[in-house]
Design a protein around this ligand. Structure first.
Ligand code: CDP
Ligand code: CDP
Length: 210
């Protein structure tokens, strides 16, 4: 009863995890932690040092600073891919685990990622798994990054392929793969607006807290 409120939001790339997590954090007055940024920042450090993100990234993970997480160059294709390469390394995940737990320990938090409900906070108060088809997710990411710029059939196919291969790497790694926790509520969002997803998720939280 007195445990801090922890809401876990997992799912594949560009499903709307961050959008939902931010809205829930605002609604419940909780801090929001985007754990993908941790892996992105490690990948960024590797790339900036001229290193291959597939190589041992544990040293860079151990050196992460708050400033690394606020860089403006974390959401570019080479970092999408690099993050998922460093994220497959057990030593990198280990180095970032305690940071994620201590962020939420005192106050509670809304936390989004891939392994929040399964590994980071297996005892989270409420767990969500947010998903949508690869096509819907590729379109969402395109509109998010490029506003109203048109997307050709070829570019859409390429975006779907990039998202699908990243999901596949995230789902098939040995350590903390992307997976739905058995006790997570799955919301399939292909035909839902962000507001509708929020309404569904929030109703679930309210009923879990009763
Ligand atoms: O955090 P994640 O990568 O899962 O996705 P996001 O950055 O929260 O959302 C990707 C884009 O999808 C944003 O531009 C959202 O506005 C949009 N979107 C959404 O989040 N939820 C929907 N049901 C529909 C669109
Ligand atoms: O926003 P988007 O869903 O595209 O990606 P992200 O949440 O920023 O995560 C980038 C990459 O970090 C993912 O593809 C995963 O490989 C990794 N990640 C992870 O392994 N575990 C987490 N808890 C969060 C992200």
């Amino acid at each position: 009863k007195d445990r801090p409120l922890i809401i876990a939001v997992d799912g594949p790339a560009a499903a709307g995890k961050g959008t939902l997590a931010k809205a829930l954090a605002h609604h419940w007055g909780l801090p929001y932690l985007d754990t993908g940024l941790l892996y992105r920042a490690v990948a960024r450090r590797m790339l900036n040092a001229g290193l291959d993100p597939a190589g041992d990234a544990s040293y860079e993970a151990g050196r992460l600073e708050p400033a690394d997480l606020t860089r403006t160059d974390l959401r570019v294709p080479e970092v999408d891919r690099g993050a998922s390469l460093v994220a497959a390394q057990p030593a990198v995940r280990e180095a970032l685990l305690e940071r994620q737990r201590s962020f939420a320990a005192a106050t509670g938090a809304v936390v989004d990622g891939r392994d929040i409900g399964t590994v980071v906070f297996p005892d989270a108060t409420v767990k969500f798994f947010i998903t949508a088809s690869p096509q819907a997710r590729a379109l969402r990411r395109h509109h998010q990054l490029h506003k109203d710029a048109p997307l050709s059939g070829g570019d859409l196919a390429k975006a779907v392929e990039e998202i699908t291969s990243r999901d596949e790497r995230d789902s098939s790694r040995d350590v903390a793969p992307l997976a739905q926790a058995p006790d997570a509520f799955c919301i399939e969002t292909d035909h839902l607006s962000a507001q509708e997803v929020f309404a569904k998720a929030n109703a679930i939280i309210v009923s879990c807290l009763k």
